[in-house]
Design a protein around this ligand. Structure first.
Ligand SMILES: Cc1ncc(COP(=O)(O)O)c(C=O)c1O
Length: 360
C-alpha cells in the first residue's frame, strides 16, 4: 500500500472527510443551528477552509496560538473556549481581535472572573465572553444555575466584559450509552435554555461535542444557536466503536504503518508508537485497529514501537503495511507536521498542521 510513501504516516481520506463535514453541516442547517467546529482536532488550515467553505460560521480553539494559526483560513469569527488569564496574553488577544469580526473567550467560573476582567482591561478593549456551564464533565463552568446567574450579573456590570452567550462541553457523552443519549441531551438542553432565558433570552447557547452535536441540533427547537464539535470530520475508535456515533466506514483518518519485526510467534512490531499514535487508548485498552477489519489490534506502545497481537498476527510479514484506525484522533494530528490527503487511495495533497504544538 502506497509503497512510494515513508511510514509511519497520517492519511486523510478526503472524500470521507468532506462527507463527514457535509453531514454535520446539513444536520445543523436543517434546524437553523450554526456549526463552529473546534479545530483542536485537526489544527490544520486546509481542513478549516473546507469547514468554512461549506458553511461553518466560525471556529472554536482551545488556545490563542491555535487561533493565530487559523487566521490564514480567512475565518472571521473565533471562540477561544478556555480559561484565559495570563497577562502576557493581552497583546496577542488585542491583535487577534483586530483581525476578525467576532472574537470571544470563555468565562469559566466565579474564580476566573476577576482574572479575565483584568486581562480584558489590559487589552484596552471590551472582551466578548461566553459563560461556561458545567453539564457533567466536571471541568470548567458554573457548577449550578445560581452561580451562572451571579457570573452573568457581574459580567453585565463590567466595563471590560460583554456577555454574548452560554457554552458547555458535554464531553461526558463519550460515556453515555447510545440509548440513553436523547433523554440526557434533552434534559441538558432544557436546563441550559431555561438558564439562558432567565439571564437573557437574547444570549446564544453553544453546546459542543461530536457525540451529541447532530442530536443537539435536532433537539434544539430554536434554543441552540451553534454546535462546536471537534473530532467529527475524521472519526476515531471513540466515535466509531466506543460511542457508535459514527460508522467505521466513515472514518477519514488512518495511520499507515509498517511491520518492522516478528520477534516471537503471535507478536508483530510496527513502526508507529506513542510518538505517532499517542498513548491514548479505548476503555478496552486498544490503541488502534486495522482499517480492513482483520482481528488483531495494537494493544501496547513504546515511543517508536507498536505491539500487535490477536487473530491474523502470524500472517504478518516484515515489510507489510497496515492501515490503522487510531483510538483518539486529536493527539495524532498534534504529533505530525503534515498529513497526506488521498482520493481513491491515491495521494492528492499534503497538508501542514499549522497549529501543531501551539499550546500557548
Ligand atoms: C471546550 C470544547 N468544546 C468542544 C470540544 C469538541 O469535542 P469533540 O472532540 O468531542 O467533538 C472539546 C473537546 O475537547 C472541548 O474541550
Amino acid at each position: 500500500m502506497l509503497p512510494e510513501l515513508p511510514t509511519p504516516l497520517v492519511l486523510v481520506d478526503r472524500p470521507r472527510l468532506r462527507a463527514n463535514l457535509r453531514r454535520m453541516q446539513a444536520a445543523a442547517d436543517a434546524h437553523g443551528v450554526e456549526v463552529r467546529p473546534h479545530i483542536k482536532t485537526h489544527k490544520c488550515v486546509a481542513v478549516a477552509r473546507e469547514q468554512l467553505a461549506i458553511g461553518a460560521r466560525g471556529l472554536t480553539c482551545a488556545k490563542i496560538g491555535e487561533a493565530e494559526a487559523m487566521l490564514p483560513s480567512g475565518v472571521r469569527a473565533l471562540f477561544i473556549a478556555h480559561s484565559l488569564g495570563d497577562p502576557l496574553h493581552a497583546p496577542r488577544l488585542a491583535a487577534l481581535a483586530e483581525q476578525v469580526d467576532d472574537l470571544r473567550v470563555g468565562l469559566t467560573s466565579e474564580a476566573h472572573f476577576d482574572v479575565l476582567e483584568r486581562l480584558a482591561q489590559r487589552t484596552g478593549r471590551t472582551l466578548r465572553v461566553m459563560l461556561a456551564a458545567d453539564t457533567g464533565l466536571g471541568r470548567e463552568g458554573a457548577r449550578d444555575d445560581a452561580t451562572a446567574e451571579r457570573m452573568a450579573a457581574r459580567a453585565a456590570a463590567s466595563r471590560h466584559l460583554e456577555l454574548r452567550g452560554l457554552y458547555t462541553h458535554e464531553g461526558f457523552f463519550y460515556g453515555v450509552r447510545p440509548a440513553e443519549r436523547p433523554a440526557r441531551l434533552a434534559a441538558m438542553l432544557d436546563r441550559l435554555a431555561t438558564l439562558r432565558d432567565r439571564i437573557d433570552p437574547a444570549l446564544a447557547l453553544w453546546p459542543g461535542c461530536s457525540v451529541s452535536a447532530r442530536q443537539a441540533a435536532e433537539l434544539s427547537a430554536g434554543r441552540v444557536q451553534a454546535v462546536r464539535p471537534g473530532a467529527y470530520p475524521f472519526g476515531d475508535l471513540y466515535l466509531t466503536h466506543v460511542t457508535q456515533s459514527m460508522q467505521p466506514e466513515d472514518q477519514a483518518v488512518h495511520v499507515l504503518t509498517t511491520v518492522v519485526d516478528r520477534p516471537e510467534p503471535g507478536l508483530a512490531l510496527i513502526d508507529a508508537g506513542s510518538k505517532t499514535l499517542s498513548p491514548d487508548r479505548t476503555p478496552e485498552g486498544v490503541h488502534a485497529l486495522p482499517a480492513d477489519g482483520r482481528g488483531f489490534s495494537v494493544f501496547r506502545l513504546n515511543e517508536e514501537h507498536g505491539y500487535i497481537r490477536g487473530p491474523g498476527t502470524d500472517d504478518l510479514r516484515i515489510g507489510d503495511r497496515i492501515l490503522l484506525a487510531p483510538a483518539h484522533v486529536c493527539p495524532v494530528f498534534n504529533l505530525t507536521d503534515t498529513v497526506v490527503a488521498l482520493e481513491d487511495g491515491r495521494p492528492v495533497d499534503c497538508w501542514r498542521i499549522e497549529g501543531r504544538g501551539k499550546v500557548q
